[in-house]
Design a protein around this ligand. Structure first.
Ligand code: GLV
Ligand code: MG
Length: 311
């Protein structure tokens, strides 16, 4: 389903610890655009082995509607990755859209994941290329190599910023990653946001902001999320169900942009299909195929959010 999930909205990406049956069952009813069952940092070492089968069964058996469904495996330096992949992909079935790889530092880590997925797909009879990849950029080395990472596999669907691990990797003097630092004059992550965004967009990928760790501060979340939303990020992680509605709202288009996108699509369809022209005036603007792609993304985000045209 990577072809399916590649273009689906990811306004809210809910992280669910793979060690908890309770959280996993609850996640089904949380209206996140994307849900990932975690085998990495939200799972205690002693629970990691047991979590694999639980996560695979949950993917296979629970009613996940049409959201993007993903499993985060452990990073390649953990000695757990291969076993995570074998157990999850072999048992999860076709509903699994993607695998998320954390702490990606070099493009060959993504290439290696791609190769393993190809073998596993063949073994279990999934169509080649069925599984997509999300790569987390959350170390200094990963950020330096982000452009090469973004083009390391045709399976890649999204790059994801990991502010907590990134703050640790950079040795920032903070104990909470992914929140504003009022003492800092500006946004201490602006360069990071922009660099990941550019690399992702240049490679045609979605780009996702990471967790906001103060889970009960929903106003703070909304304000902080606006930074990456205004830069053009597709969405942000939720690490608590209460964060999901806030993110679904922040990362959806305004009504004005949604209406304009629909009108543009209509005008472009008329121009290309009926009038056989590749570029056409739309108000005071010349639109073409590139405009259609931008508008499609807006329209898809808006529809998924349940928006109706108001014009
Ligand atoms: C997420 O994985 C983070 O490290 O922020
Ligand atoms: Mg992390």
């Amino acid at each position: 389903m990577s072809a399916r999930s590649r273009e689906l909205p990811r306004r809210s990406c809910l992280s669910v610890p793979g060690s908890s049956d309770r959280f996993i069952s609850k996640a089904v009813s949380i209206p996140a655009d994307m849900t990932f069952l975690d085998l990495e940092d939200s799972v205690a070492s002693a629970e990691k082995a047991a979590a694999r089968a639980r996560v695979a069964r949950a993917v296979r058996e629970l009613p996940w509607d049409d959201r993007v469904l993903c499993v985060r495996v452990n990073a390649w330096d953990s000695q757990l990755t291969l076993r995570d992949l074998i157990e999850v992909v072999t048992e999860a079935g076709p509903r699994l859209d993607e695998v998320m790889l954390p702490k990606v530092q070099h493009p060959h880590e993504v290439a290696a994941l791609d190769l393993v997925l190809s073998h596993l797909e063949a073994e279990v009879g999934l169509p080649p290329g069925h599984l997509g990849i999300e790569a987390q950029i959350e170390t200094a080395t990963g950020l330096i190599n982000v452009e090469a990472i973004a083009t390391a596999s045709p399976r890649l669907e999204a790059l994801v910023f990991g502010p907590a691990d990134f703050a640790a990797s950079m040795q920032m003097p903070v104990l909470t990653g992914g929140v504003a630092l009022p003492e800092y004059p500006g946004d201490h992550f602006h360069y990071v946001f922009a660099k990941i965004l550019m690399a992702a967009r240049a490679a045609g990928l979605q780009v996702i902001d990471g967790p906001y760790l103060k889970v009960h501060d929903l106003d703070g979340l909304r304000e902080y999320a606006m930074r990456s939303a205004l830069l053009g990020y597709d969405g942000k992680w939720a690490i608590h169900p209460d964060q999901v509605p806030v993110l679904n709202d922040v990362y959806r288009p305004s009504q004005e942009l949604f209406d304009r996108a629909l009108a543009l699509l209509e005008a472009y369809e008329q121009a290309t299909q009926a009038d056989r022209r590749g570029a056409v005036m739309f108000g005071d603007e010349m639109i073409d195929e590139a405009s259609r792609k931008m508008a499609e993304r807006f329209a898809a985000r808006g529809r998924r959010a349940g928006m109706q045209p108001q014009r």
